[in-house]
Write a protein that binds this ligand. Sequence first.
Ligand SMILES: NC(=O)c1ccc[n+]([C@@H]2O[C@H](COP(=O)([O-])OP(=O)(O)OC[C@H]3O[C@@H](n4cnc5c(N)ncnc54)[C@H](O)[C@@H]3O)[C@@H](O)[C@H]2O)c1
Ligand SMILES: O[C@H]1[C@H](O)[C@@H](O)[C@H](O)[C@@H](O)[C@H]1O
Length: 339
Amino acid sequence: MNRSGPLRIAVIGAGRMGADHVRRIDRVVSGARVTAVVDIDAGRARTVAAGVDGCTAHTDPAAAMAAADVDAVLVASPGPAHEAAVLAAFEHDLPVLCEKPLTPDAASALRVMEAEQALGHRRVQVGFMRRYDAEYVQLKALLGTGRLGRPLMLHNRHRNVAGPSFFTSSMLISDSVAHEVDATRWLLGHEITAVTVLRPTPSEGAPVGLADPQFVVLETDGGALSDVEIFVNCGFGYQVQAEVVCERGTARIGDGHALVTNVAGHWGGTIAQDWTDRFAQAYDDEVRTWVDTTRRGEVTGPGAWDGYAAAAVCEAGVRALEEGGRVEVDLVEKPALYR
Ligand SMILES: NC(=O)c1ccc[n+]([C@@H]2O[C@H](COP(=O)([O-])OP(=O)(O)OC[C@H]3O[C@@H](n4cnc5c(N)ncnc54)[C@H](O)[C@@H]3O)[C@@H](O)[C@H]2O)c1
Ligand SMILES: O[C@H]1[C@H](O)[C@@H](O)[C@H](O)[C@@H](O)[C@H]1O
């Protein structure tokens, strides 16, 4: 690694998230620069690379990673392409920030975890950015004080204005509830042991055939329950809320009370319309921290074990959605590298 100069990053996938991360590394975060942009769509790679001085455009991730001017990799291609990109980065022993999900299923996440163990050190961080959101950080710190007592229940709401056209009923769990799966594990410090999924009559605002909304119940090995309302076509805004109920009190985040106005007979605030708005600070701090820790040769954020655990819980959730009933989560024993 080029420790004296900025961290030189190849960004794989130049779509919505990839292009936003390129902007962030180029203009918001110091200590790093984007030297290569890769997309299977050559035009998109060229367009995004053209906005950054000295950045090259590629269509083949492996070729870009083999270049001498790459110290680290940020993966922002779709989930099914993550395993190949992360394994290619491991071949060059490069640190990786991989957007969520680490991979779409537990078997492929296990393969990534095994490849990282073969390297003998942690190399991958998963893009569970809520761990960097100021409100989630505050909630985690409060729980850590023990002032509220033992957490009993966590109530989560996750609403998107409109899901993408390719969204399936199972993606509400594997693509969206994946965030609450990680937030539950991280906030409570528990593993999730079983999943139940209930579904009301779908909203008329959802595409025909899509089970939207869904109500997901996660059971944990610490005896807590975490429920998630996931509603990806709510129409009115992007809302992510969480309330933890403990033995001696409750705490709640995500009400969006930052600015409240009284005007013309109305009281209220505004609702974010998407994640780039609601979680802007979290993405900035996530990438800033990843750059800083990577330059020190460390991985401190959510890693391969977290990506694997989330994939295994989501897989159980998809089975619960499709087959009904309560599905237990079967995790492998936690490898020493992640203890
Ligand atoms: N953390 C978050 O809140 C958050 C928000 C949105 C998306 N995401 C995640 O980010 C990732 C990207 O999502 P997006 O919304 O930017 O998708 P997108 O469809 O806008 O962009 C994906 C890009 O990857 C390219 N691509 C596809 N296969 C590729 C491959 N094998 N190699 C290189 N490029 C390839 C596509 O051409 C496209 O340009 C997904 O994993 C998604 O789950 C995370
Ligand atoms: O990929 C996106 C992203 O992860 C968002 O943070 C989430 O709110 C959406 O539901 C999901 O589709």
